[in-house]
Every structure is written in C-alpha cells, then in structure tokens.
Design a protein around this ligand. Structure first.
Ligand SMILES: Nc1ncnc2c1ncn2[C@@H]1O[C@H](COP(=O)(O)OP(=O)(O)OP(=O)(O)O)[C@@H](O)[C@H]1O
Ligand SMILES: [Mg+2]
Length: 314
C-alpha cells in the first residue's frame, strides 16, 4: 500500500467512525472529498476521463474498439457559425438532459457527420467527448468486418453491448466504406455489417452518444439517414475561417505585415487540416530562418505548395 492509499483508507475509516457516532454530515463530506481526490489521481495516471469515468478496455473488445480521453473544446473547432451553433445545441441537450427528460424528451444521441476530408469530423468526436467529459471510443471497422459469415454481426453486438453498459462517445468513422462496398459480390460481409449496424442503431436505447462519419453522404441511402437523430454537414472553410485557421496555426510565431487577402486567396479550396499542415510548415521556416516572424511570402509559398499536394487539385 503506498502513501496515498494509506491516507485514503485512514480517511475512509474516519468517515466510518463519524457515521457510527451519528455525525452523518461529516462522514459524507469526508467520503466525497476522498472520491474527488481519488478521481484526480486516476486522471493523472491516465485511463480516466475528466469526470473520473474509466476507459473500458475489455479483452472482448480488443481490436474492435480503441478508447481514449479527450480534453478538446468546442473552441478548438473552426467551422461556420451555423454548424458551430448546432454542435453547441447538441452539447446543451446533454448537459441539460434532466430538464428534457422531465418533459418526456431525450437529448439527440445518434449523429451523422458528413463532409470532405480534413474538415473536422474526427475532431468533432473528440470535442464532444472532451466537452461532455465522456470517454471516446473509436470503432475499428477493419477489425469488425470479419471474413467469416455471421461474425461481423456478433462483433457489432459486442460493441452495442458496450455502448449500453459503458456511457461514452462511440465513433464509427468512414462508414461509407461499407456502403461503397455494397454491390460487389465477394464482399457481402460489408453489406451485412451495414445492415446489422442499422438494426443495432435503431434498437439502441443507451445513454451513449453514437457518431458516424462519412466523406460521401451520396453513397448512403435514405435508410441510413433515417436512423440518425441529427445530421451535421462539414464544409471547406470560408474566407474568414481560412484566416482564423492560419492565425491559430502559427503557434509561438508572430506575423509581420501580412496581406490577408492574398493569404486567404492562396488558402482557398484547402481543408482546415491542409491549411494547418501548410501553415505549420511556414512557421517552421520562420523559426529556423526568420527569427520566428511569419511573412506573407512564407505563408503564400507553403499554401501554394499545399495546393499542389491537395488531392482536390490533382
Ligand atoms: N474544422 C476544424 N477546425 C480546427 N481544426 C481542424 C478542423 N478540421 C480539421 N482540423 C485539424 O485537422 C486534423 C484532422 O482533421 P479531422 O480528422 O477532424 O478531419 P476529418 O473531417 O475527420 O477528415 P477525414 O474525413 O479525412 O477523416 C484535426 O485533428 C485538426 O487538427
Ligand atoms: Mg477523420
């Protein structure tokens, strides 16, 4: 037993004595303090969320689900006001779930995220987990799709049992991969998985948040959309969002007389993720060769470079 374990066992014993002596208030105050202190310690050890919820990693889920914690905040996500407002509203529904339930309503829990690569779908999953203090579980679709008939569905069943037992944010990324593979005769298993996923989604009555992301909403049929409580659409950043991404991405560097209009023009058509990569490159050059000062020249060069590398331009 280490020092802190010894401390907690003494404190718990004191709480017990206090209760036995009829001092219920003191007893429960000490117990609450112990619980909070233990949660803090677990947090620093990792494997626990800010609320002290454990990351469940059972043997059964190995290779199917990977769990992490998140400290991300909504302010980390740079999207248009409409989408920002929709996500803020979803978060509020969960924070004020009791008020909704008292009125016979539920917070929306099954959410479809769609839009081009690098626009923040994955980041949204970490933001929702971070804001709600829930563990984030990413579903490893490759692990779920089984070569053996029937196994896919039983693996999905395991995942949905975890969704029910362990509250968290569960993220099914790139679900269009399943839909896209529909129709190819040798991959009936992907199709079976998609169908099972839809059935499990429909039956789910848990308290977890279930997110599914796709780059190709066009590949998903109406049957899929109907299973979700909300659909969020992500877009390439508008001009003022391009500017915000660039400004947040320079880290400790400073700007010198930047002509934003030409920088924004150079960044047009790039995703948030691509902009960040380009600007980080400009910042590296600034640190190594220009006393940490980021000029338009550096920004334009790295953004044009990125435009060349961008899949949408090739
Ligand atoms: N809207 C955004 N605001 C701030 N940063 C972003 C945004 N979109 C992307 N990023 C940055 O780019 C990284 C990758 O983005 P993310 O994984 O969220 O994209 P995605 O939409 O899931 O793309 P993909 O469809 O390729 O998986 C993020 O971790 C984040 O650093
Ligand atoms: Mg992603």
């Amino acid at each position: 037993m280490n020092d802190s374990d010894r401390f907690f066992s003494v404190a718990t014993a004191i709480a017990g004595d206090a209760r036995a002596a009829g001092k219920e208030t003191v007893a429960s105050q000490v117990e609450t303090a112990v619980k909070h202190a233990q949660a803090e310690i677990q947090k620093t050890k990792g494997g626990f969320t800010p609320l002290g919820l454990p990351i469940v990693q059972s043997k059964e889920l190995e290779g199917l689900v990977s769990g992490t914690t998140s400290e991300s905040r909504l302010t980390d996500l740079i999207v248009d006001d409409r989408l920002h407002g929709k996500i803020a509203r979803l978060l509020r529904e969960h924070r004020e779930a009791d008020r909704l339930r008292n009125a016979g309503l539920q917070p929306r829990r099954k959410i479809l995220l769609s839009g081009p690569p690098g626009t923040g779908k994955g980041l949204t999953a970490t933001v929702i987990a971070g804001e709600l203090g829930l563990p984030l579980y990413k579903i490893l679709l490759d692990g779920v799709i089984s070569k053996f008939m029937g196994e896919t569905s039983s693996k999905l069943r395991l995942i949905f049992e975890a969704i029910k037992k362990s509250p968290g944010v569960y993220f099914f990324d790139e679900i269009d991969a399943l839909a896209a593979r529909r129709g190819l005769d040798d991959v009936g298993e992907a199709r079976r998985m998609l169908n099972s996923l839809l059935v499990f989604l429909e039956e789910d009555q848990s308290e977890s948040v279930i997110l599914a992301a796709t780059n190709h909403p066009g590949l998903l049929d109406g049957a899929i959309f109907r299973r979700f409580d909300a659909a969020l659409h992500y877009d390439l950043p508008s001009d003022d969002r391009i500017r915000r991404v660039v400004q947040t991405a320079v880290g400790g560097c400073t700007f010198a007389g930047v002509d934003w209009e030409s920088v924004v023009a150079a960044g047009k058509g790039l995703s948030q993720a691509e902009l960040l990569i380009g600007v980080a490159d400009a910042a590296r050059s600034a640190v190594l060769d220009h006393d940490g000062i980021v000029s338009d020249g550096l920004l334009l060069e790295s953004l044009w470079d990125r435009q060349g590398a961008s899949p949408s331009k090739t």
